[in-house]
Design a protein around this ligand. Structure first.
Ligand code: ADP
Ligand code: ASP
Ligand code: MG
Length: 809
């Protein structure tokens, strides 16, 4: 014999209720079917009673809407005229009683607990009659005759012994299909209608299964089984095939709504397995809950949470070492029917924090203040302190016992995501770690923990790429071609979860298909920087990196907010690192404080490892004394190209045509780009430098930068003759021009210099860069870094390297 319980959604629609019929009728065994009210009806019954007691006449329409919903259901599923009419008579009889009760409430403006219990009972009484008629040959039972409650601390609790006996008597002989309304019960003394609490139909089914030693208890609901987390919050949650009773109990106690918590105990004691199945997808495997399960080696099985938590702290100096304080706390609370779901006590023993539901908080504070009134009066203890607006989260799994480092991983994940833990507790059984956070962080906490524990066969790095020009485009291609390799060799998944350009942005938690991102972006929603910031922060995604491949000041303006929200930043964009010193410092400090990264290696020398090297030298105790460098690929190209046959203006034109210069070459020729790079290097070397501090010795007079770009091109050849005569002079000396940036113990300058063949910069070819670092350790023979200093491919590779260094945290 099995007991099958169908929840509200399983009887909520024509489609689901017909599926229920098929599932039940396919059974060969005897079955006892327990049903909930039609989905949403219990809530409606409660809301309507509130309207009636408040004198709101709208309650009448609400009753009629409920009546109509039941009528429609019957019309749709019961074809046989006789059965239809007989059922309708029963249903209308019940609805008539319900109308009278509501009318009474409306007239007297009184809604006692007893009346409330009477009202909500109609949900199951109606639904169970409908299902009993739908399933041929089934017999309807009134659960109030055998599910009996008694009063304890003003609450109705099950009288297990009496109930067991009555259930056995009632079902001594059973038909093939028995039909029982869930949730409702009656008081063992007065016989008044009571219930087992919201969600209590699961419990009804478990009590019957346990009393009759059923083979299995099946819970039919609207999801494929017990899942790793609440699927309404975590959309990557997936079904767990097997759970132990202990794991299921821990998860349900902490809010996994799929099974009402008291349900598990009675069947666990009898070793009856529970199957959780989906009425809408009966072929899915579902979840089995039983005593021992195969070890799937996963450290945790699931995550659950309770919002609306209050933490009450009992503290005082007299508590230290005093035996019996805890006993008094828990006895006082238990005597008043207040349940505590989490306790945390520091080993110093001078404070104990207990987690209770918000609705119990005032009462709990009063009870404890009364209990410790004497101690509080003498000053030995402080009055109770309650903190509300919190949420409790639990991670659960029996494998935690055998796996060190779970708590470390949990709290590390939360810390990196900027979530602070207010209290935590782990029992010695090591099957549950629970902790309390501010309610505002509940969703984010669940997301980051789920990502970290369940998607972490691989490390995942989530990237938002802003700018899909040459660098961004190259980067995306490089990520696409390296994706599988990184997954295989580094167990790393580089998930691009957002892509934007100046007009549009798209986001996808599951990762964007990089083979067609341009087409997808064209169809994406219009965006601006505010939208982008809100989208990224709103996604609340774990291990995320914002990659800025633009040159935009507005985009750089987002870094501070993103770092504050624990999003790392990798910038090819030079604006932020070269802006005013205080903003630069604030960004770096924020990254440090939030445990994330702000990296911008490609700001200088494209893919060359310059900033990283400077940082490494400094971290290992070296001091950067001097930097001399050729930092502009464009200018180096120009001064390598210039010759008797190729005048200055022509070299500038070639630099532009061959893609070495900025689209507007004045940015290169004005030295602005080199100044920004030098400022960044000097700062990273440990000196406080602003762009205005750099001494500039330029080679194109200021007035060339004032007019339009056309004026610029027109006027440029007028410089050719002057350049040619100077060129001849340095050629005679066997020297070459280099535009050199210098930093000497914090003093900075840029200038066009003629270097001789003995100088390390003399042979610098094409658009290459070179950086010479004189440090305390590299003093006599400075360190040289040299290579391609420009180009989308190498820059993208440098950005990629920065991203990888974050993945390796
Ligand atoms: P029923 O009406 O069938 O009793 P409930 O609404 O009480 O259904 O419970 C099923 C719902 O529980 C699911 O639709 C899901 O949204 C929610 N839920 C919360 N946590 C979990 C979890 N860990 N696994 C599965 N479902 C969960
Ligand atoms: N109908 C009741 C409720 O909504 C009981 C149940 O569905 O289990 O709480
Ligand atoms: Mg339920």
């Amino acid at each position: 014999m099995k007991v099958m319980k169908f929840g509200g959604t399983s009887v909520g629609s024509e489609e689901s209720i017909l599926s229920l019929k098929r599932i039940v009728e396919a059974e060969n065994d005897d079955v006892i079917v327990v049903v909930s009210a039609l989905g949403g009806i219990t809530d409606k019954l409660i809301e309507t009673s509130k309207m009636a007691v408040n004198g709101n006449e709208g309650y009448v329409d609400e009753i009629e809407a409920m009546a109509q919903r039941h009528h429609n259901m019957i019309d749709a599923i019961i074809a046989d005229k006789d059965k239809h009419d007989r059922l309708l008579a029963i249903i209308d009889g019940l609805l008539e009683q319900l109308r009278s009760i509501y009318y009474g409430v409306y007239l007297i403006r009184d809604l006692s607990e007893k009346t409330k219990a009477a009202i909500v009972s109609y949900g199951e009484r109606l639904s169970s009659q409908i299902v009993a008629t739908l399933i041929d040959g089934s017999r309807w039972y009134d659960s109030r005759e055998f599910i009996k409650t008694t009063q304890k601390h003003g609450k109705h609790v099950l009288d297990s012994e009496l109930t067991q006996r009555l259930v056995r008597e009632t079902f001594a002989e059973i038909p093939k299909v028995s039909l029982v309304p869930g949730f409702i019960s009656s008081d063992e003394c007065s016989g008044e209608t009571t219930n087992l609490g919201r969600g209590g139909s699961d419990y009804t089914a478990a009590i019957i299964a346990a009393s009759l030693n059923a083979e299995v208890l099946e819970i039919w609901t609207d999801v494929d089984g017990f899942m790793t987390a609440d699927p309404r919050v975590i959309h990557t949650a997936y079904t767990i095939n097997e759970l132990s009773y202990i794991e299921a109990m821990e998860l349900c106690n902490f809010g996994a709504k799929v099974i009402y918590p008291p349900t598990i105990y009675p069947v666990c004691v009898k070793n009856i397995p529970i199957m959780v199945k989906n009425t809408f997808n009966p072929d899915a495997q579902g979840t089995v809950i039983k005593a021992t399960v195969d070890n799937d080696k996963k450290p945790i099985k699931g995550i659950s949470s309770i919002n609306g938590t209050t933490l009450i702290t009992v503290t005082g100096l007299s508590m230290v070492g005093v035996i019996g304080v805890n006993r008094r706390i828990f006895t006082a609370l238990a005597d008043n029917g207040i349940s505590v779901f989490m306790v945390s006590q520091a080993s110093s023993e001078n404070s104990t924090s207990i987690g209770v539901r918000d609705e119990d908080a005032d009462e709990a504070v009063n009870v404890l203040n009364r209990e410790f009134a004497k101690e509080i009066q003498t000053g030995a203890m402080f009055p109770m302190h309650a903190e509300s607006g919190l949420a409790t989260i639990a991670i659960v799994g029996e494998n935690m016992k055998h796996t060190p480092g779970i708590a470390g991983k949990l709290f590390g994940t939360l810390g990196r995501s900027g979530i602070s833990v207010i209290a935590c507790a782990q029992g010695a059984s090591e099957t549950n770690i629970s902790f309390v956070v501010d309610s505002r962080f509940l969703r984010k906490s669940l997301n980051v923990i789920h990502d970290s524990f369940f998607l972490s066969e691989y490390n995942v790095l989530n990237l938002f790429i802003c700018g899909i020009g040459t660098v961004g485009g190259n980067l995306i291609e490089q990520i696409r071609s390296q994706y599988e390799e990184l997954k295989r060799t580094r167990r790393l998944k580089l998930n691009v979860v957002g892509i934007s350009n100046s007009k549009r942005a798209m986001f996808s938690r599951d990762g964007i298909d990089l083979s067609s991102y341009r087409e997808q972006l064209e169809k994406a929603e219009p965006s601006n920087v505010d939208h982008l910031r809100n989208g990224i922060i709103g996604m609340n995604i774990f291990n995320s990196v914002f990659v800025d491949c633009t040159a935009s000041g507005e985009v750089a303006g987002l870094y501070q907010a993103l770092l504050e929200h624990n999003v790392s930043v990798v910038a090819a964009n030079k604006v932020a690192a070269s802006s005013d010193y205080d903003s630069y410092l604030k960004l770096k400090e924020t990254a440090l404080r939030r445990g994330v990264k702000f990296l911008f290696e490609t700001n200088v020398g494209a893919g060359l490892p310059i900033i990283g090297t400077i940082n490494d030298l400094r971290s290992s105790g070296d001091k950067i004394l001097k930097i001399e460098a050729v930092l502009s690929g464009t200018l180096n190209f120009i001064f390598n190209e210039i010759s008797a046959d190729v005048p200055f203006s022509e070299t500038v034109r070639r630099a532009k045509e061959q893609g070495y210069s900025e689209p507007d070459p004045r940015i290169d020729l004005s030295g602005k780009d080199v100044v920004r790079k030098l400022v960044i290097l000097a700062r990273e070397a440990g000196y406080k430098v602003e762009q205005e501090d750099v001494e500039k010795h330029l080679f194109v007079p200021d007035e060339f930068f004032k007019g339009s770009i056309d004026d610029f091109w027109r006027n440029l050849p007028s410089l050719d003759a002057g350049f040619e005569s100077r060129r001849k002079a340095i050629e005679a000396d066997n020297k070459r021009w280099r535009f050199v940036a210098k930093m000497d113990r914090g003093r900075t300058s840029v200038s066009l210099e003629a270097v001789g063949s003995d100088h390390p910069f003399y042979n610098l070819e094409g658009s290459n860069n070179i950086i010479m670092l004189t440090t305390e350790r590299y003093r006599e023979y400075p360190m040289l870094i040299q290579g391609y200093g420009a180009g989308a491919g190498v820059t993208a590779a440098g950005v990629f390297a920065n991203i990888m260094s974050i993945a390796n945290i």
